[in-house]
Design a protein around this ligand. Structure first.
Ligand code: TRP
Length: 459
């Protein structure tokens, strides 16, 4: 047994990594992007990005982690490239930033579980006031962070693996119940049509860029999450197979989420709203219309499902800095977890205050070329999701292909996968990681960065 601890089973690793991938991004953002991006046309492009472009990055991250047996920063040093550990440092920082706002949104979701149980569907009229009820929201985001920290404090096998083995199957079970129910609603087929009928005219470079960004965020790539989880697996783990299953789970659950959301919306003929409005204001109206008992049942099931999805993601985000501190500073896991979680909770407070009366955070910053001030939470999202993740992904592919070298990458992947070396997949990964991935991820980084912060548009 590895002294750092590790996953007990291959399935445990897959569930934990898929749990990280499946999050608020899948259930809330993905369906909206599909509907705005031309239905099935977007879906096809998304599948292409996940399996063709992101797949080599997933495999590389896992291989770097397993080979080095270290956290996101230490892994670069362990492989002998101390200078390149800045990629890991950037990753740890990105994880901390993402967790700081993600836990605020997860707190809203958790609060909604209780609102639905109480039958308070009217909350859709006061979502704005709800997010402004600072004490209340802070309590929920604190609670969420507390549960996250509790799971991570138990370690890999007894904490993260165990929780994923309970939460992921429960999530799929709840999802299936909701799909069956949603399909029995009137006009549900119109929802499915709206969701899935391809409209290729909607596809342009902008839509392609957001599909790629979404795929990357959804698969939790670009910040060393999979380096960290990969460092806890054994040599007999088939990395290619695990990566394929993780991708499949992520794409599959995002797809299923649309089969819940669109029949719901169309059953009442409501407009499809983008952004937080969709789950926080549109859906409660629909739950209300189902009648008291059914509404409470369906509404709380939906938000419990969302809570589970968010929880396996926040756990993975917290594990990245924790693993670093435990490995490198020899501080106990428990102490590291509680200190880091508390610090990130505090860091999240400006995001928590971004939507209301605290004008300082609401109108936090104005970029060159932006027409109105950007709130603090959106600013953090632009920095982490839109800028640092693609940049991290770009650098990881450069590292894997040219610094560590692709021969070593392929060698590591072939352990636990006998026929790998001469396979088509090996040739593809080798080509893609050297040329396609760096080129496309590098461009994505440059284009979004220049557009977001400087208003320079290329399209
Ligand atoms: N993938 C998660 C989602 O879709 C979010 C997430 C969790 C994440 N861990 C991450 C994103 C690491 C990037 C990196 O909601």
């Amino acid at each position: 047994m590895n002294p750092r601890g590790g996953f007990n089973t291959k399935l445990g690793f897959i569930l934990a990594a898929a749990g990280s991938a499946v999050g608020l991004g899948n259930i809330w953002k993905f369906p909206i992007e599909v509907s705005e991006g031309g239905g099935a046309a977007f879906l096809l492009m998304y599948l292409f990005f996940c399996f063709i472009l992101c797949f080599p990055v997933i495999v590389s991250e896992i291989a770097i982690g397993r080979k080095s047996n270290r956290n996101a920063i230490g892994s670069f040093q362990k492989l002998g490239f101390k200078k390149w550990s800045f990629i890991g440092k950037m990753g740890v920082l990105t994880g901390i930033l993402i967790l700081s706002f993600y836990s605020v949104v997860a707190g809203w979701v958790l609060g909604y579980v209780f609102e639905m149980i109480r039958g308070n569907f009217q909350i859709y009229e006061s979502f704005y006031e709800y997010t402004n009820n600072v004490k209340y929201i802070m309590l929920y985001s604190f609670l969420f962070m507390f549960v996250t920290a509790f799971i991570v404090s138990k370690g890999i096998a007894d904490g993260i693996e165990k929780a994923s083995k309970i939460l992921m199957p429960s999530l799929i079970f709840l999802m299936i119940i909701l799909i069956i129910y949603a399909l029995t609603l009137p006009n549900s087929l119109d929802g499915i049509k709206f969701y899935l009928i391809p409209d290729f005219s909607q596809i342009n470079l902008n839509v392609a860029g957001s599909a790629l960004g979404q795929a990357f965020f959804s698969l939790s790539l670009g910040m060393g999450m999979l380096i960290t989880y990969g460092s806890y697996i054994d040599k007999d783990n088939n990395i290619v197979k695990s990566a394929a299953l993780i991708t499949l789970a992520d794409v599959g659950i995002a797809f299923l989420a649309g089969l819940v959301i669109f029949p719901f919306i169309f059953s009442k003929g409501l407009a499809v709203e983008g952004g937080p409005g969709l789950i926080f204001t549109t859906l409660p109206q629909i739950f209300e219309s189902l009648g008291e008992t059914t509404g409470v049942l369906v509404g709380s099931t939906f938000f419990i499902l969302l809570t589970f999805a968010a929880l396996t993601s926040t756990v993975s985000l917290l594990e990245v800095p924790v693993s670093y501190v435990v490995d490198e500073y020899k501080i106990s896991r428990k102490l590291s977890v509680w200190i880091i979680a508390f610090f990130i909770f505090i860091l999240g407070i400006p995001s928590l205050l971004s939507h209301g009366e605290f004008l300082f955070f609401k109108n936090f910053i104005t970029y060159l070329g932006s027409t109105k001030p950007v709130d603090f939470m959106s600013f953090i999202i632009h920095v982490s999701n839109d800028t640092l993740l693609p940049l991290g992904g770009f650098l990881i592919t450069i590292f894997a292909a040219y610094i560590w070298k692709k021969e070593n990458l392929l060698e590591e992947i072939s352990i636990g996968n006998n026929n790998f070396k001469n396979s088509f997949v090996a040739k593809y990964i080798s080509f893609s990681i050297s040329f396609i991935c760096p080129l496309i991820l590098g461009s994505l980084f440059l284009i979004t960065f220049l557009e977001k912060f400087f208003g320079i548009s290329f399209i």
